[in-house]
Design a protein around this ligand. Structure first.
Ligand code: ZN
Length: 136
């Protein structure tokens, strides 16, 4: 088993808030992340593929193909967007790094050969990273 990771970057804004809560509850739970006018992050996304080496190519997956899948499925839709309003696959979710990582997995998984998507890791700040290994 070999792991291959493609890293991409995107910049986006968001506001963390639960619309079912009062402004006070949101401020208490999300603190400055619930600033009504939002704030931004420079996100770093790692997408890891696991598999065996194909003897005919020497690859687990062609990284040119993986790059294209990651760019067209998620990065193009997230980069320089407001995550609360602009991204179809985030509608109805609080755009935390956790929810983003799961949504990115769900977008990528049907486009990647079955069983090969191993990990989505999303770094929101230099201190905070979220990793999702799929729904198992
Ligand atoms: Zn934030």
């Amino acid at each position: 088993m070999i792991f291959v990771t493609r890293t991409e970057h995107f910049s986006a804004s968001h506001r963390l808030f639960n619309p079912e809560w009062t402004d006070e509850e949101n401020a208490r739970v999300f603190d400055k992340c619930s600033n009504p006018n939002g704030h931004g992050h420079n996100y770093v996304l790692d997408v890891t593929i696991a598999g065996e080496i194909d003897p005919s190519t020497g690859y687990v997956i062609d990284l040119k193909i993986l790059k294209e899948i990651v760019l067209t499925s998620v990065i193009d839709k997230l980069d320089h967007r407001n995550l609360n309003t602009d991204v179809d696959f985030l509608r109805g979710t609080i755009p935390t790094a956790e929810n983003l990582a799961v949504a990115i997995w769900n977008e990528l998984s049907p486009r990647i050969p079955s069983g090969k998507l191993y990990r989505v890791a999303l770094r929101e700040t230099v201190n905070n990273i979220v990793e999702y290994l799929g729904p198992k």
